[in-house]
Design a protein around this ligand. Structure first.
Ligand code: XMP
Length: 512
């Protein structure tokens, strides 16, 4: 296994992901508890992450000395490289200007990290993001790749098997970065690379049993992949100690409630409570137009309904959630913040404190595509595994302005037509997420001989690998006009359809 020491970088989980992709098991430990994790895991290698601190500042974090004393290979990334250099006797200085974004490095020498991958004199694209830099190597190290801004872009001590990169190999903007990390894991650390999702599942099942004991767990199902996979995994671990609660607040897509109920009750025989809370949600949403106010109301109301259902079930000590890594990173301010809250995701926080429950979040370190792989591993039917993500606050955040039953009804119909056409055209799996947004804007039209004055609908479809960045999907030329015509003809209340071309960033995927 590989231990990743986290110094608080926003992308530490991406390192873990690259290690998993190399077929190697890894765990992340915050630097404060890394020594204990190191003793427990006895890893074959250690990766030191990036982080927001400056090695030059008093009290900035350090890697446990035990790691360097043990003789295992170490790969330091960005802050990790700097901290390793400082601890092993080199020098790091504050840069007066940082280096951020795309850069090219030139390979100057061979080293074990480059075997079968990079040759001398080649140039490779990497992603830099650092203020400080190494100005004097620690004894035993040499530079094996350089860039104009970073003479020590990659440093190596083949004898001790210590390596450092000034850039971030874990992000997609370093195209060969995954291979570099795989070389470290397999070639330098000598790990076999045969770890699979099946083992992840077994490890998580053991972890869940250990955490829960003979306690009771309740799990909120949303109909999406994440909560479904979390529920299945937990059900495998503890059987009927798990009860699922599915709340219908009137903000679901067409047919969604029926599908969830038949899958969980019919197919899996997992205890499921189906709550019709449409009145409660719709009454509470009346007059609410601010996106965060909507999110907060919906989150809180889910919690109220949940709490009431949990009481009826006689209580539970644990709450299960299908929280994924991108939910965590976008909702929480990390060490060294202040990273801003873009949107308050409703599946993180709230309920556990109020009900005195502990959280069970077995998917917390995974990305969406990994959750899908795990779902397949658990035998979840393909139609569910492949479903586009759907946010907890549902249709409510796809109706800018006030949410009403009528508007939800209009949106539900239009959305169903759009998705039906996408499936018919065989495009569903090529798209990360597609949905319609009902705008609080009316426009004038002409239908037959009459004037219309109705709502405008925006269609959105994006490609993405993890939901953290996204591009607008390019439909074949005749697709959107066909969908627009169908929606305007078939959905009363809509007389104009537009397409949203915004990427993320600067946009977000959802409109609110
Ligand atoms: P944004 O709109 O932030 O969305 O670019 C990124 C991904 O997250 C989904 N999303 C949510 N999922 N609860 C969820 O479970 C939420 O509150 C929530 N808000 C956004 C969104 O659909 C996209 O896939």
């Amino acid at each position: 296994s590989i231990l990743i020491v986290d110094f608080g970088s926003q992308v530490t989980q991406l390192i873990a992901r690259r290690v998993r992709e190399a077929g190697v098991y890894s765990e992340i430990a915050p630097f404060q508890s890394a020594e204990a994790a190191f003793e427990r895991m006895k890893p074959k290698g250690v990766i030191l992450s990036g982080g927001p601190a400056s090695v030059c500042d008093d009290g900035s974090p350090r890697a446990p000395q035990a790691i360097f004393d043990s003789g295992v290979p170490v790969f330091g990334i960005c802050y990790g490289q700097q901290v390793m250099t400082a601890q092993l006797g080199g020098k790091v200085e504050k840069g007066n200007s940082g280096e951020f974004g795309e850069a090219y490095i030139e390979v100057g020498d061979d080293c074990a990290m480059f075997d079968g991958l990079w040759q001398r004199t080649e140039r490779h694209q990497v992603w830099m993001s650092h203020g400080d830099k190494v100005t004097e190597l620690a004894p035993g190290f040499r530079a094996v790749a350089t860039s104009p801004g970073a003479p020590y872009a990659i440093v190596a001590d083949d004898e001790r098997r210590y390596y450092g990169a000034q850039f971030h190999p874990e992000v997609v903007h370093t195209p060969d970065g995954g291979k570099l990390i795989a070389n470290f894991a397999r070639h330098v650390c000598g790990l076999a690379g045969d770890w699979t999702m099946a083992e992840f599942r077994d490890a998580k099942i053991a972890e869940i049993r250990q955490q829960v004991g003979d306690g009771k767990v309740i799990c909120g199902l949303s109909g999406g992949v994440d909560s479904s996979v979390a529920a299945l995994l937990i059900h495998e671990a503890i059987g009927d100690q798990l009860t699922c609660v599915f709340v219908d607040g009137g903000i679901l897509r067409a047919g969604e409630a029926e599908q969830v109920v038949s899958l969980f009750r019919g197919h899996y025989n997992i205890p499921l409570v189906h709550v019709d809370a449409q009145d409660l949600f719709m009454d509470g949403l009346a007059g609410v137009t601010d996106p965060e106010a909507k999110r907060k109301f919906i989150g809180k109301t889910f919690i109220d309904v949940f709490e009431a259902e949990a009481k009826k079930l006689g209580g539970a000590q644990f709450l299960a959630q299908g929280t994924l890594y991108p939910d965590v990173i976008e909702s929480v301010s990390f060490t060294g913040g202040p990273s801003v809250t873009i949107k308050s995701h409703h599946n993180v926080g709230g309920l556990p404190e109020r009900m005195n429950m502990a959280l069970v979040e077995p998917l917390r370190e995974l990305f969406k595509d990994e959750v899908r792989a795990l779902g397949r591993e658990l035998g979840l039917p393909d139609v569910f595994v492949g479903r586009h993500p759907f946010p907890g606050p549902g249709l409510a955040i796809r109706i800018p302005g006030e949410v009403t039953r009528e508007r939800c009804g209009i949106l539900r119909k239009a959305d169903a037509i759009y998705l039906e056409e996408i499936r018919t055209a065989g495009l569903y799996d090529a798209i990360w997420q597609a949905f319609a947004v009902l705008l609080p804007v009316r426009s004038v039209g002409v239908m037959g001989d009459g004037r219309t004055y109705d709502n405008v609908l925006a269609l959105r479809a994006v490609t993405s690998t993890d939901g953290m960045t996204a591009q607008a999907f390019q439909f074949p030329g005749d697709f959107l006009p066909r969908v627009a015509t169908r929606i305007i003809n078939e959905v009363k209340g809509i007389n104009r359809v537009t397409y949203d071309y915004t990427s993320k960033p600067p946009g977000t995927i959802e409109w609110e």
